[in-house]
Design a protein around this ligand. Sequence first.
Ligand SMILES: Nc1nc2c(c(=O)[nH]1)N[C@H]1C(S)=C(S)[C@@H](COP(=O)(O)O)O[C@H]1N2
Ligand SMILES: [Mo]
Length: 332
Amino acid sequence: MLIRVAPPAASVDLPSDITPQSAYLNRRQLIAHSVAAGVLGSGLNAAWAQATPAPTVAPGKLTPLTSKRSALENAVSNDVPTAYTYASTYNNFYEFGTDKAEPARNAHTLKTKPWTLEIEGMVKKPMQMGLEDAMKLAAMEERIYRMRCVEGWSMVIPWIGFSLSELIKHVEPTSNAKFVEFVTLADPKTMPFVGSRVLQWPYVEGLRMDEAMHPLTLLTFGMYGEILPNQNGAPIRLNVPWKYGFKNAKSIVKIRFTDKQPATAWNKAASHEYGFYSNVNPNVDHPRWSQSSERRIGEDGLFNKKRKTLMFNGYEAQVASLYSGMDLAKNF
Ligand SMILES: Nc1nc2c(c(=O)[nH]1)N[C@H]1C(S)=C(S)[C@@H](COP(=O)(O)O)O[C@H]1N2
Ligand SMILES: [Mo]
């Protein structure tokens, strides 16, 4: 993965009709953030500004059915959610390009309707379901999660979805199922970089069954009160907030239950750098850089001090027990 920590250009002039983030961040906060981020007068950021598209138009409302804030969210109670403009224009989605600005520019070609989610492997009830049916499996909740990219930046995003465990219970895995594999769309007609050799396609991710069943693991359909923009992994993606961002597979087409640890995209590309677990861990460095600190996109400018990365991304109380007795330096 490229190391690139230039924050995106701030959009201080958001047209009023495309401000779905306004519920989270007011205009003055946005301006304050952009100033704090040092976007004015930095050559690096000027380059970013030229490459950055106008703020994306949110695709349409997706109202969480329950507004209950789960106790699981407490980890982020003092964090300011990242502005929608950053979250929707500073992306990793290599099917649409490796530059942070490219997914927002290119992903309009992704066709999200109709969308079929296939569930297969070691389950009593394998099935194919349309997205609409998948969305009805449980009540949509809004959950504010930290996301820490392995490259050293982070965001705080209000996602909309429900625990993956709801879907898993619905399809009844057999006792042989020990892992869950997530296969994402690889369509060369709509994804311009699916032919590139940077990764093997489709992008595949995986979780151990207990990780997949953990109530924090979110099957995600929206963000900021809106349907997911294509560049954020529409129409259905994963969010596992205690793991590095690349575990959050985008545009999922297949969920497969298996007895073998799935071969994941980044592990196949560089197994000594990207392990299967990929839990956020400030004490275990990437072979080429430290993981002890991070920049919060939109808040921590290039010249500001970085903030300390927290064990399990701040979700230690909720998930540490999943790994008791494991050597996390070996199982990175
Ligand atoms: N299919 C697919 N999913 C993906 C990626 C990708 O390149 N392809 N990038 C991952 C990485 S490295 C990160 S950090 C997150 C970024 O999610 P966001 O753009 O919504 O913030 O998506 C992850 N999911
Ligand atoms: Mo990432």
